[in-house]
Design a protein around this ligand. Structure first.
Ligand SMILES: Cc1cc2nc3c(=O)[nH]c(=O)nc-3n(C[C@H](O)[C@H](O)[C@H](O)COP(=O)(O)OP(=O)(O)OC[C@H]3O[C@@H](n4cnc5c(N)ncnc54)[C@H](O)[C@@H]3O)c2cc1C
Length: 467
């Protein structure tokens, strides 16, 4: 049965690759991953800037490496961690690097620490925070993220460190955002837990935020690279953009794929190939997949699909002729005066990410595709970001060895209040196709991480085996 089963996996990001990995492990000989881009790995890649491509007067040799956004591998699922350790061997480093928040000219520990706040915040602010906590009425169940943050932290702390930040990240007022945007990351970080940890000396931080984590020696993309190695080249078709899914009688009958898509994503219909579908595993964004279906889905579902959004990121990358910018894994910027939400310095995760004596920093600027930022010229973008960056630490233009930006589409599903029902109705529609399975962050519209995708890939392959 396995010999005759043909599996088509749409998308070569981590979701597609983990699915391919388990398909191979389960002994399926016939499976193909279709990836639109020139490289596999989706939003979880490591890019390399060759030292030699940079300014010729730098004396250092070696390459700069940066990930497509600040990534770490979360040790959340022992089986998945074991799998990743086996894949990477000695290349998986255990790293300890703290993170901080830059707010009103000062650096605060992240996750917030009471002792740190006491040292750095003004007395009147501290009194306000204590007052808000002591006299806060408790608290109906939060209906949105704004209510959740104020319930947990009190108004002042929430405004300082959470609400502005979240508005910048998601591009929506926080009363429109679901409490699900925390992804459980703020669990145990409320003011009561601060006090408990200070009085009892117990650790306050959920383990994936405390500054200790796994990270591959040459960047997070090593995980995708190792998955590809295991899967084998012949199963991965790059520059194969899936354009249409033709269905009939509750089955996906054919997949139309455009071969040789150019870097701008424009396609020449002459290069379309038609593939009879047997089993289809779709990791592509839910909204995109709706538009691919032929015949089109019911109009009321298309309307629902039009109301859900994804947030994109522009990354601004500076290679600098200085040993380090900071010692942090990540630095967060809640204030609106900074166009970026986060700065990350790859070298603080692995020393192999930059040449000796030099560093690279990556700034994340969230936006929608119709924002000016998404289409801004390189020169304007660089100038704006550089100007803001210089408010954080003294920096000199002559330190810039190389600059480039990088666009990361579909970085985050925007979890607005009420998104669950909308997504459930769309997913339920896809589930009516008997040979179609969904997995992946954008396809399921869930805030999934790498370890979740390993698990999901395994589950979907097991489901196919059972079916
Ligand atoms: C800034 C940032 C930080 C993150 N940090 C972490 C972290 O610290 N730890 C962690 O575990 N996870 C982290 N993640 C999450 C992780 O990167 C994602 O969960 C993961 O990339 C999602 O994988 P995916 O395959 O579902 O989607 P994607 O990575 O989006 O991959 C989808 C793939 O489909 C391809 N595609 C799109 N359209 C088509 C088409 N028509 N035909 C064929 N192919 C197509 C795309 O080119 C892409 O390769 C982070 C994500 C971001 C954005």
């Amino acid at each position: 049965m396995m010999e005759t089963t043909n599996i088509h996996i749409l998308g070569g990001g981590p979701a597609g690759l983990t699915t391919g990995y388990y398909a191979k492990k389960h002994g399926f000989p016939n499976f193909t991953i279709f990836e639109a881009g020139e490289h596999p790995g989706g939003n979880c890649r490591t890019l390399k800037i060759k030292g030699a491509d940079c300014r010729s007067d730098t004396k250092q040799s070696g390459d700069f490496r940066f990930d497509t956004g600040a990534h770490r591998f979360h040790d959340k699922d022992p089986q998945v961690t074991e799998e990743v350790k086996n894949l990477l061997g000695d290349n998986l480093l255990h790293v300890t690097a703290p993170s901080e928040i830059f707010f009103q000219g000062k650096f605060y520990r992240f996750p917030l620490l009471l002792s740190d706040l006491i040292q750095k915040l003004e007395m009147k602010t501290l009194l306000k925070i204590a007052w808000e906590k002591l006299y806060s009425k408790q608290e109906k169940q939060a209906q949105n993220f704004a209510e959740f943050a104020v319930n947990q932290y009190g108004k002042t702390l929430a405004e300082h460190f959470l609400l502005n930040y979240s508005e910048k990240l998601w591009g929506q007022p926080t009363h429109k955002l679901s409490t699900a945007i925390t992804g459980n990351r703020l669990k145990g970080l409320d003011l009561r837990s601060f006090l408990r940890s200070v009085i009892l000396g117990t650790p306050q931080n959920p383990n994936h935020l405390d500054g200790s984590f796994f990270y591959p020696k040459y960047g997070i993309g090593m995980i995708s690279d190792k998955l590809c190695e295991f899967i084998g080249e012949k199963h991965i078709k790059l520059q194969h953009r899936v354009n249409r899914l033709i269905h009939k009688n509750g089955k996906i009958e054919r997949i139309i794929v455009n071969k040789g898509t150019d870097t701008l994503g424009s396609t020449d219909a002459q290069n379309d190939i038609e593939i009879p579908a047997s089993i289809v595993i779709n990791t592509l964004p839910l909204t995109l997949s709706m538009r691919m279906l032929e015949p089109a889905p019911p109009p009321e579902l298309c309307e629902v699909a039009d109301t859900i959004k994804y947030r994109h990121l522009v990354l601004c990358v500076f290679c600098l002729n200085r040993d380090a910018f900071s010692s942090n894994a990540s630095l967060y910027f809640p204030s609106k005066e900074f166009p970026f939400t986060r700065l990350y310095e790859p070298k603080n995760r692995s020393p192999h990410m930059a040449p000796k004596g030099q560093t690279v920093i990556v700034l994340e600027l969230p936006c929608y595709s119709d924002d000016a930022l998404w289409n801004m010229s390189e020169a304007t973008l660089q100038a704006e970001v550089w100007e803001a960056l210089r408010q954080v630490k003294p920096l000199f233009p002559e330190e810039i060895i190389h600059y480039q930006s990088y666009k990361l589409p579909f970085a985050y599903p925007v979890l607005e209040v009420g998104f669950e029902e909308k997504v459930a109705s769309l997913v339920a529609y896809f589930e009516t196709f008997e040979n179609l399975y969904l997995t992946g962050r954008s396809s399921l519209f869930r805030y999934l991480h790498l370890h979740d995708l390993f698990k999901a890939g395994k589950e979907v392959v097991e489901q196919i085996t059972d079916d």
